[in-house]
Design a binder for this molecule. Structure first.
Ligand SMILES: [Zn+2]
Length: 317
């Protein structure tokens, strides 16, 4: 008797669950509902934060890179390949950032790969003056992929993602559009805060060890004087270091900017040699998987930039 009662309780709980789940299933009208919720896999944390804000609990969302992993030298694991195979939609940044997906994607998987940066005009990676690969998008060097750090290009990515989610999961289209519009408005408010903070500052020059802020710099009138990035390059020659030290003195650069997750030995050495302090920025690409990541990091990045351009700090991280 007790067993039968337990069975009834379980059966009614199952019906409640089914009733809750059924209207949430995606698919075109008339087609049988799929056996699982719409599964979206993003590649990096900022894209995860956009989809989380747009889709809420309507999709089963996960991110390929774990927190603190670095996309520029990421290697896919067999577990990652299984997650890609399991996903209904894989949203990548594009512009060459996810080179690790290129070889791993089977032909069938390419159909579920979506490029969030479509329509954004790419910028080249920074190269020192006179470099043979310098400043061109025509060669073998891929463009700078960090478009999301410009809030207005982030808004373009959000609009792209909303369109794609609506196309693939029509049942939730209205929710996606409403939430996406709200997020785009938030990104415009972030842009407004950047403008009000940075426009009055006359002398905005950047030296960094991560070429992640080119789009943000272009948006807010920041001149990128030099990037000391060793990854993928032949290393920093004494000639280049001498040129950077000379440029910092000549252009009166007031701050060096580094990635919050890793300050390079080269930038520390440069700071010691020049007496110019290091401030921290966050490219978000190794950030926490949460809906409000973008807003929180954009605020702290803005404060770092203002402090650096005003020369208000001498703190060393
Ligand atoms: Zn990066």
């Amino acid at each position: 008797m007790r067993m039968r009662n337990q069975y009834r309780v379980l059966a009614s709980a199952f019906c409640v669950l089914l009733a809750w789940w059924a209207p949430r299933a995606h698919g075109s009208p008339g087609s049988p509902p799929p056996a699982h919720p719409f599964r979206v896999l993003t590649t990096i944390a900022p894209l995860y934060s956009f989809v989380k804000s747009i889709a809420g609990e309507a999709v089963e969302l996960s991110n390929l890179l774990p927190q603190n992993a670095e996309p520029h030298d990421y290697v896919l694991s067999p577990g990652d390949a299984r997650r890609i195979a399991r996903a209904d939609l894989v949203i990548q940044n594009g512009l060459g950032l996810e080179f690790f997906l290129e070889k791993a994607l089977a032909k069938v998987d390419r159909e579920k790969l979506f490029d969030a940066s479509a329509g954004i005009p790419p910028l080249p990676q920074w190269r020192p003056p006179g470099s043979s690969a310098g400043g061109s998008l025509g060669g073998a060097v891929p463009p700078n992929p960090h478009v999301w750090l410009d809030p207005l290009f982030a808004a373009v990515q959000v609009e792209n993602i909303v369109r794609e989610l609506c196309r693939r999961d029509a049942e939730h289209a209205r929710d996606y559009r409403v939430r996406g519009k709200r997020l785009v408005e938030e990104l415009h408010r972030i842009d407004d805060r950047y403008r009000r903070a940075l426009d009055p500052l006359p002398d905005k020059k950047m030296v960094s060890d991560h070429d992640a802020f080119a789009y943000l710099a272009a948006r807010y009138g920041i001149r990128v004087v030099a990037i000391l990035e060793t990854r993928g390059h032949a290393g920093l020659s004494p000639k280049l270091m001498a040129w950077v030290i000379d440029s910092i003195a000549r252009e009166r650069v007031r701050a060096l900017f580094s990635e919050v997750h890793h300050v390079s030995a080269e930038l520390r050495s440069l700071s010691r040699d020049t007496g110019v302090p290091i401030l921290l920025l966050d490219s978000m690409e190794s950030g926490a998987l949460r809906a409000d990541l973008y807003e929180r990091v954009a605020d702290s990045n803005r404060q770092s930039l203002v402090e650096g351009f005003q020369g208000r700090t001498s703190a060393q991280p």
